[in-house]
Design a protein around this ligand. Structure first.
Ligand code: DAT
Ligand code: MG
Length: 149
């Protein structure tokens, strides 16, 4: 089993879409093992997006993430990183496949609703950045034999 970090960005919260988005992951079979809402500190936003520090959109990206509260969660499941990215869709909602979260709920790259870790290694690092070990509530669900053979 693998875990991935998901951030429902300020537009998802402000537009009242957090429930719809979480439901999509739950319906797919991914398990929420940590979940919290918070106002992001600038320093955390800067660290999370450090890889983009030199990009022209970096300062706007940081301002966007700290502009209003976010919902952050850890999803667990087989290939969680890959399948969550697939359900999220391409970075630019205008290019995202229909049926993905970004295509179905968003229009612009700078308001693309959601973050998902892009590799298992980055997922481990991002989860450590956003959560403490005590934030996790590992559990077994009765549905698991019906999700995994
Ligand atoms: P993703 O969020 O799909 O992993 P990314 O890691 O390349 O995409 O970029 C992080 C975020 O930065 C992305 O969700 C939106 C913003 N972003 C990326 N490329 C951009 C661009 N060309 N113009 C404006 N914002 C951009
Ligand atoms: Mg990324």
């Amino acid at each position: 089993m693998e875990r991935t970090l998901i951030i429902l960005k300020p537009d998802a919260v402000q537009r009242g879409l957090t429930g719809d988005i979480i439901q999509r992951f739950e319906r797919r079979g991914l398990k929420v093992v940590a979940l919290k809402m918070l106002q992001v500190e600038r320093s955390l936003a800067e660290e999370h997006y450090a890889i983009h520090r030199e990009r022209p959109f970096y300062s706007g990206l940081v301002e966007y993430i700290i502009s209003s509260p976010v919902v952050v969660m850890a999803l667990e499941g087989k290939n969680a990183v890959k399948v969550a990215r697939q359900s999220i869709g391409a970075t630019n909602p205008a290019e995202a496949a229909p049926g993905t979260i970004r295509a179905d709920f968003a229009l612009e790259i700078g308001r693309n609703l959601i973050h998902g870790s892009d590799s298992p290694e980055n997922a481990v690092n991002e989860l450590a950045l956003w959560f403490n070990e005590s934030d996790f509530a590992p559990h077994t669900r009765v549905s698991e034999p019906w999700l995994y053979e």
